[in-house]
Design a protein around this ligand. Structure first.
Ligand code: PEP
Ligand code: MN
Length: 364
């Protein structure tokens, strides 16, 4: 699959990344206009002004959006302030209305991405229409479902697609409203290198204070854009009040962010990186050699256990390996969690190898 580069269909306005901002929900004409004016006063340039006009709410009797009425407000404001707009669509009727009111890009929300019927309905209603589609990750950590939604939109001949990483629901307490699980968007990028990925720190964090940290992490791994909710009066917002930013806070956040490049033009920087990578290559080569030695001893232990009828899994030995390695890591200033994970993998492999030794021997 080949996707159109993001800067060919969104105006970065001299930013290093595409910024999408605006309130969680369109509440009134005044709220939208005041938000636009506040962003303008802070000199914030953005590629798309977002506002949900149909809000998928967890429980009924919450603010569910203003529907078609809000689309009219957005169209008036788009013309008045020369901005581009985006709204969430969840079915074919939403698509028709959004197109009727000249919305510039559509986004598919996390609760819709989970449902292939809905995504297909949206895709079918977009056949022959050239409008960019932003696809949020599904609520839960299912990369295939995210890819499936992207494929359904791509299959109708639309390559103006971006994925939006908005984090993943997890049961129980977490610092985040939705855990970022960075390895998932990284895997998506590895599978589809040309697919632009936009990070949505607002819905990951759920709290204003955490947004900067997540946004910076997204730029550190070269994500292509940020979708950040902003509101003229965040505390009074009818949805997601705790995570929206005033234009002033957004402006501070943007000036604190450091954007990273994929490559440097400076040959000294590149030389230094090449040297450091050579060192990593040597260390990894050594690591694999040591691993080979460890495997040989593991197999010897397996043979010995077989001869003496001793079980492959030894709980006490395993507990002591985990404890001692974790303590050694602590002493060396290496993350204990990281080392524990590595030893879990090593132990799994040792069990597998010793089982193999046992079954081979028993066939003789
Ligand atoms: C939103 O963007 O306001 C929204 C409802 O997002 P999500 O689908 O990520 O929950
Ligand atoms: Mn929201």
């Amino acid at each position: 699959m080949h996707f159109a580069p993001l800067n060919t269909w969104l105006n970065f306005n001299n930013n290093d990344f595409a910024l999408i901002t605006g309130p969680c929900g369109a509440e009134s004409f005044e709220q939208l206009e005041q938000t636009i004016i506040a962003l303008k006063q802070q000199n914030i340039h953005y590629a798309l002004f977002r506002a949900g006009v149909w809000k998928p709410r967890t429980r009924p009797n919450s603010f569910e959006g203003k529907g078609e009425e809000a689309l009219k407000w957005l169209l008036d404001l788009k013309l008045k302030y020369s901005i581009k707009t985006t709204v969430e669509v969840a079915n074919a009727e939403h698509v028709e209305l959004a197109l009727k009111y000249k919305v510039d890009a559509l986004w598919i929300g996390a609760r819709t991405t989970v449902n292939p019927f809905s995504v297909q309905e949206i895709a079918n209603s977009l056949i022959g229409r050239k409008i960019p589609v932003l696809i949020k990750n599904p609520v839960h950590a299912d990369l295939q479902l995210w890819i499936g939604a992207i494929e359904r939109i791509y299959a109708i001949g639309n390559n103006k697609i971006a994925a939006i990483h908005r984090g993943f629901h997890s049961y129980g307490n977490s610092k985040y409203r939705n855990k970022p699980l960075w390895q998932i968007p990284i895997e998506l990028k590895t599978l589809f290198p040309s697919l632009p990925i936009i990070n949505d720190p607002s819905h990951i964090c759920g709290k204003r204070e955490l947004i900067i940290d997540v946004a910076q992490k997204a730029l550190n791994i070269c994500m292509d854009g940020l979708m950040i909710e902003s509101h003229v009066n965040p505390k009074k917002a009818l949805s997601d009040a705790e995570q929206q930013l005033s234009a002033e806070s957004l402006s501070c956040l943007l000036s604190d962010l450091v954007s990273r490049k994929n490559k440097s033009e400076n040959i000294f920087v590149n030389d230094k990186l090449t040297q450091l990578r050579k060192i990593i290559d040597e260390i990894d080569d050594e690591l694999i050699n040591i691993l080979k030695q460890r495997i040989a001893v593991v197999e010897e232990i397996g043979e010995y256990k077989k001869e003496n009828n001793i079980s492959v899994f030894q709980l006490e030995r395993w507990q002591s390996i985990l404890n001692t390695r974790s303590q050694w890591a602590k002493k060396m200033g290496v993350s204990q969690q990281h080392v524990e994970k590595i030893f879990q993998l090593l132990h799994q492999e040792s069990i597998r190898l010793q089982n193999e030794v046992m079954s081979k021997a028993s066939k003789q």
